[in-house]
Design a protein around this ligand. Structure first.
Ligand code: FE2
Length: 371
């Protein structure tokens, strides 16, 4: 009974992912890239033609995933400043809540900085309430309350459907977790922020002994909601022989921000084959990784040769195992990338794979001369 009471009293219980908003230099072209490469369909649009004078936004959809790509039409607003400073990146990790006013009030009372106080917008299909708070860097969280809203996305958007005929569909399902990179010594304060403001608890943490190679290091802590639906790992750099990949991100993004979004699939082998056929590039893994794989993770459903050919990584915990692979950065700056993940019971974030991953990341850092 006491858990029931605390669930009801926390307006950030029973939350889910709403959408990710990217601020980009050219939303029209970025929309085409995410549709053709990653299998999204365009569903909605807002811009000058719909009465939004200063920006253009394209909404893409795939199963439970929603991306919004926004570009400024001006030279001196918050969006163009953001793109000049950070390059293309994720501005808003928006969360679906039951009561946006209560979520916002509780967050602000717990010390979150307000970006937008609860704002109601309506059209003929209903009403949406949106409120926004700041998180690390210039990243924000919007709280979205849709009630019974039946419009295509949010009021102000028109239905604008466009889809591509893929020969193989990537079939990406939903966001599994969304990772933030923060500065030296900032992991614990931001972990505390998600505990205080969202009522999240800590799922796992790694230190630089877990996540380091000879050259690079990081610390990480995973904050989660009660249902393990919305998970926010927070990384900070750690000292290694050479520059940490988190530091490289912070240099190029000009501060903290979203490092990667892990997107779940029901069949990672089919998904990766489709994404590769569409031209998506993935991080490589040393061949030796597969020689030791079965000894490390035990018997799994997939043939090791199938995983080896595709460079898919595997990790195991006491609940099961998971398969994962990381894309190369999605823009020229080595900042945001995606992870594709299939969970088979496991709650792991791939601790056992960090070392294998870092060896391959460092190989690319070396090519860019930033190691
Ligand atoms: Fe991840």
């Amino acid at each position: 009974m006491s858990t029931m009471a605390s669930k009801q009293s926390n307006p950030l219980a029973n939350i889910d992912w709403a959408y990710l908003e990217f601020y980009v230099g050219n939303a029209k072209q970025a929309a085409h890239y995410y549709c053709s490469a990653f299998g999204f369909n365009q569903v909605a649009y807002a811009g000058p033609e719909t009465g939004t004078r200063d920006r253009a936004s394209y909404v893409l959809e795939q199963n439970k995933l929603r991306f919004m790509l926004t570009s400024s039409l001006r030279d001196d607003d918050e969006i163009s400043d953001h793109v000049r400073k950070h390059g293309d990146g994720i501005k808003d990790v928006a969360i679906l809540v039951q009561d946006a006013r209560a979520a916002y009030d509780a967050a602000v009372a717990a010390g979150a900085k307000s970006v937008l106080s609860p704002t109601e917008s309506t059209d003929s299909t209903g009403r949406v309430i949106k409120a926004t708070i700041a998180t690390y860097g210039e990243t924000v969280h919007s709280f979205i309350q849709r009630d019974g809203y039946t419009g295509v996305f949010l009021p102000g958007f028109i239905e604008a459907r466009k889809s591509i005929e893929w020969t193989r569909k990537p079939n990406l399902s939903h966001v599994d977790h969304c990772v933030g990179n923060v500065g030296w010594g900032e992991m614990d304060p931001w972990g505390d922020f998600y505990a205080r403001v969202f009522g999240f608890s800590q799922l796992v943490s790694f230190d630089d002994k877990d996540i380091s190679t000879e050259y690079t290091a990081l610390k990480s802590k995973v904050m989660t909601d009660e249902r393990h639906r919305v998970k926010f790992p927070i990384n900070e750099p750690a000292h290694g022989k050479k520059k940490s990949q988190i530091e490289e991100y912070l240099d190029f993004y000009r501060g903290p921000g979203v490092q990667h979004v892990a997107i779940a699939t029901e069949n990672i082998v089919e998904t990766i084959d489709a994404l590769k056929a569409n031209g998506v590039e993935f991080m490589d893994t040393p061949d030796a990784y597969y020689d030791e794989l079965e000894a490390r993770v035990g018997k799994i459903d997939e043939a090791i040769t199938v995983l080896r050919e595709r460079r898919i990584l595997v990790d195991r915990d006491d609940l099961g195992y998971m398969l994962q692979i990381f894309t190369k950065p999605l823009q020229d700056r080595p900042t945001v990338f995606f992870e594709i993940i299939q969970r088979k019971g496991s709650l792991s974030f791939g601790k056992g794979n960090f070392k294998a991953l870092f060896v391959s990341i460092e190989r690319d850092q070396e090519k860019r001369g930033t190691l």
